[in-house]
Design a protein around this ligand. Structure first.
Ligand code: PLP
Length: 325
């Protein structure tokens, strides 16, 4: 942790982690990869600072908590238009593509492929024509293969599916960097970060190191095709348990938009929540309390969660339902 980020060891580690990430995601040559800080939230604001003029329209697709936050942070910086919004369904579905009110002259279209709190995930990359598509992949990056060439920008806070908090991985199409204004502070300017290989100032070296180890692990496990198969089996087991519980457990999300990574569920009787949490913790199943915006429970099935953990959860849930149903 004391090694200089300018030293040979760290520079090699950084280059190797980038090579591994590029291989895992099959990132085309005309994309830069950046290892930044600030959390995804800082980039909600930094994206419009770099890629749009203040008087330009930017289209946002709002499908839950995190896309709402992205809108809030961008509003002071660009003419934000909400082109589609599923708030009326309590964020349990994705608005049909043909209902989106997109602008041909928008600077970009922003969306959240996986809504971590609401458990809503796009199963396809939306076609938005020539306007660059920006995606906050904080909770689904590296969970299965994705066609990077369909995006202008992909960015993700590392703490869900990559490694330690404090690192943001960004993949940006090179031509977009020409939009970055010259008259902004360098530290916010993505073109500057790209020109300095993400070492404009001291990067989060430990987070970067850890991310590199995770990329190696993913390669050893068979890459994103293997992770996708594993994640598909994990989510199928858990949704199968919920749907087969005769209504004891419910997941409110449209089946066509269910998240592979974050599975919110409620119990038929909210009065059982406390007992469920206490007993599940007793069984070694941690952090199942749902976000207060949704209530109930939430199981996150990130890459680090093995199938055995999902099986243990399902066994517990079936037993709990039998005793309390
Ligand atoms: C967790 C999360 C965020 C917030 O990330 P920070 O690093 O805390 O800013 C943003 N978007 C999504 C989709 C998330 O899951």
């Amino acid at each position: 942790m004391e090694l200089s980020h300018r030293g040979k060891h760290f520079v090699e580690l950084a280059a190797e982690s980038e090579r591994d990430l590029r291989f895992l995601l099959n990132i085309p040559d005309n994309y830069k990869t950046l290892f930044l800080q600030g959390g995804a939230t800082q980039h909600f604001a930094q994206l419009p600072m770099n890629f749009a003029r203040r008087d330009q329209i930017a289209d946002y697709i709002v499908t839950g908590h995190w896309s709402e936050k992205a809108v809030r942070e961008a509003k002071p910086l660009v003419d934000v238009r909400v082109a589609a919004n599923s708030a009326a369904s309590n964020y349990t579905a994705i608005p049909a593509r043909d209902s989106w009110a997109l602008h041909d002259d928008a600077a970009y279209v922003h969306y959240t492929p996986n809504e971590t709190i609401h458990g809503v995930e796009f199963q396809q990359i939306p076609d938005v024509g020539k306007v660059p598509l920006f995606a906050d992949m904080s909770s689904d990056i590296l969970s299965r293969p994705v066609d990077v060439s369909k995006f202008g920008v992909i960015y993700a806070g590392a703490q869900k599916n990559i490694g330690a908090a404090g690192l943001v991985v960004m993949i940006v199409r090179e031509d977009l960097l020409e939009r970055c204004p010259k008259d902004m502070p360098k530290i916010f300017n993505y073109a500057e970060h790209a020109a300095h290989d993400s070492m404009l100032n001291t990067p989060n070296t430990f987070g970067w190191y850890l991310a590199g180890l995770v990329f190696k692990w993913l390669l050893r496990e068979g890459g994103l095709v293997a992770m996708g198969e594993r994640n598909r089996a994990k989510m199928a087991l858990l949704y199968g348990c919920i749907d087969g519980s005769g209504g004891f457990y419910r997941n409110p999300v449209d089946k066509a938009a269910r998240s592979w990574m974050n599975v919110p569920f409620t119990l038929s009787d909210d009065n059982l929540n406390a007992a469920f949490l206490k007993e599940s913790e007793g069984a070694g199943l941690m952090a199942l309390r749902g976000h207060k915006a949704v209530g109930g429970m939430r199981a996150s099935l990130y890459n680090a969660v093995p199938m055995q953990a999902v099986q243990a959860l399902v066994d517990f849930m079936r037993d709990f339902a039998r005793r309390n149903g």
